[in-house]
Design a protein around this ligand. Structure first.
Ligand code: TRP
Length: 332
């Protein structure tokens, strides 16, 4: 069997540079080798958007456009809408028996997210237990590889544990997945926060127009200890240089800027201007493809419907095996 990839994103807004380096880049690179399924995880997004479910539908097409814009090839990769694959819900319920409450409570990513959200009426069970449904996402596709950002590692670990437990109890049906991190596990935000994140408002989105990108870059957080351009500056941990390392293909230029920055012979404005130019070169083909697909929303819709149909067929086949292994196939 060809090896599979399954990964996904919550449709809570457009995708940004952090998504790109954390996961999208790997998906595009690996789609030629792997049978690839990409889940638009609206059911997971519902766990903290249940009061405004209409938001998810509104973002669905945007996320699909971002995928196509970065080079996800609909001939090779299937874009699947999670809520349209009800088999996932069934597997989630079976998986709930294989996880303890204590394990869920220890999940560091969920803990962090709960802190950020301060749910006014307490933490909904759906949110707190979403790692179980994410394990079902991965397992139902029998994915070998899950390209994700660093914050998702606890989810993959949880999925591995559940799969091992399932296979031990019921027989070897499921595949134990491996995570694959991006070139940069975690891209800092433009404000210097360790993570680029929509809720922190420190993002550069893949669909941002030039002027927005320019403003974001020119107001980026740099080295707070450096007051004058003649002060020796810090390159390590400076997000402007982290971005240069990732997005500027002219390594000689980056090395030269670093050297001069350390010596205090280059100003922030020049370093940022060159980063902006590098980002523009990186974003240009993405913008172009995005505009092209955006002008044909009917075609994008069809691609997502077809991807979901194929994804669901995989999920149904796995569930037949799961039910048989669990001796739940009473009627044959
Ligand atoms: N939790 C992921 C995120 O917040 C989205 C996601 C849902 C996912 N199901 C998945 C990622 C399965 C990888 C595999 O971005």
């Amino acid at each position: 069997m060809e090896k599979r990839i399954l990964t996904g994103d919550r449709p809570t807004g457009p995708l940004h540079l952090g998504h790109y380096v954390g996961s999208l880049q790997n998906r595009v690179r690996l789609q030629t080798e792997y049978d690839t399924y990409i889940l638009i995880a609206d059911v997971q997004a519902l766990t903290d958007n249940f009061e405004n479910p209409e938001r998810l539908g509104a973002n669905l097409l945007e996320v699909a456009l971002d995928y196509l814009a970065v080079g996800i090839d609909p001939e090779r990769s299937q874009i699947v809408v999670q809520s349209m694959v009800p088999e996932l819900t069934e597997l989630t319920i079976y998986f709930m028996n294989l996880v303890t409450v204590a394990t869920l409570e220890r999940n560091p990513t969920v803990k962090e997210e709960i802190k950020q959200r301060n749910f006014s009426k307490g933490v909904p069970v759906g949110f707190w237990s979403y790692p179980i449904s994410q394990a079902a996402d991965i397992a139902i596709f029998k994915a070998h590889l899950v390209p994700v950002g660093e914050d998702q590692l606890p989810m993959i670990e949880q999925a591995r544990e559940i799969v091992r437990r399932f296979n031990r109890l019921y027989g070897r049906v499921l595949i134990e997945p491996r995570a694959m991190l991006g070139q940069v596990a975690r891209l800092p935000g433009t404000d210097g926060n360790a993570k680029m994140s929509k809720s922190l408002g420190n993002c550069i989105y893949l669909g941002d127009p030039s002027e927005t990108v320019r403003k974001r870059v020119m107001s980026m957080f740099t080295d707070p200890t450096r007051i004058h351009p003649t002060d020796p500056g810090h390159v390590e941990g400076n997000p402007v240089f982290t971005y240069h390392d990732v997005f500027n293909p002219d390594k000689a230029q980056v090395d030269d800027l670093k050297e001069r920055y350390r010596q205090g012979t280059v100003g922030d404005v020049e370093v940022k201007q060159l980063l902006f130019e590098a980002l523009e070169i990186f974003l240009a083909p993405i913008r172009e493809r995005r505009a092209e697909y955006a002008s044909k929303p009917g075609q994008v819709r069809e691609l997502v419907i077809e991807g979901t149909r194929r994804g669901r067929a995989v999920a149904q086949a796995t569930m037949d095996e799961v039910r048989a292994a669990m001796k739940l196939n009473y009627f044959g």
